[in-house]
Design a protein around this ligand. Sequence first.
Ligand SMILES: [Fe+2]
Ligand SMILES: [Fe+2]
Length: 273
Amino acid sequence: MRVLFLGDVVGPIGLQAVETLLPSLKERLSPHLSIVNGENASKGRGLTRADYNRLKGAGADVITLGNHFLDKKQISSFIDDCPDLLRPVNSSDYSKGQGVGVYETSAGPIAVISVLLPAFVQNKVDNPFEVVEKLLPDLPPVRIIDLHGESTSEKQLFHHYFRGKCSAILGTHTHVMTADADIKDGTAFMADVGMCGEADSIIGVDPDSAIRRIIKQDGAHFHCNETGVSLLCGAYLEIEANGKANKILPFRFLDHKEIAYEPLPNHIVAGLD
Ligand SMILES: [Fe+2]
Ligand SMILES: [Fe+2]
């Protein structure tokens, strides 16, 4: 089966990019399930009902969250009504909603789990290794984990611990795509799939507001611009019915156009310049 996964949607530019590109990506790739991380969709922090509706309208089947899941308090008023909206499964001090879901598709059921890793985040979380290990026996073979965390080594540790037991472990939260897409023991992995937001930014935040807040410390808030050039990042997966992944293809769209890194030159003779 085919799965499409988009990284953290950040602010209005990210939302617009998903609305523009996700329908055409779905037409091109015919995914059985499309998963979008929406933790920063509403002005960079959290998810409102209106922006949940926008992501659903764009074609997201499942929306995952992360450490910012409670930044828009209104989520507590609707998360229980939305089985396709997943907050971190190991949120130890929050009982509304759910962090794992099994979704029926035309090719069979797919489980999705939202996991929050503890390093460098302020949320209270239960041990993610113990929580996920307890869940796995009750899930169908095709299992996708949104692994939300800051630390690359922590993500690699999680991957090594659970590889062979999940179809894909896809990192989110850092908003910067890593060049480490791989499949080991049938588990596809990327430390981070990157974001959907403003391309010329500080992980989706307007650079001027970040300079004011962090360097000048004048009390400015982080701000996401309404207009600008977008970057949309994600990964496409192919998974066998037994849960083993056999393909992971990261993708990036800059200003709505698909981009790849330039190939290296074949041969450079040192010392000629
Ligand atoms: Fe994020
Ligand atoms: Fe995050």
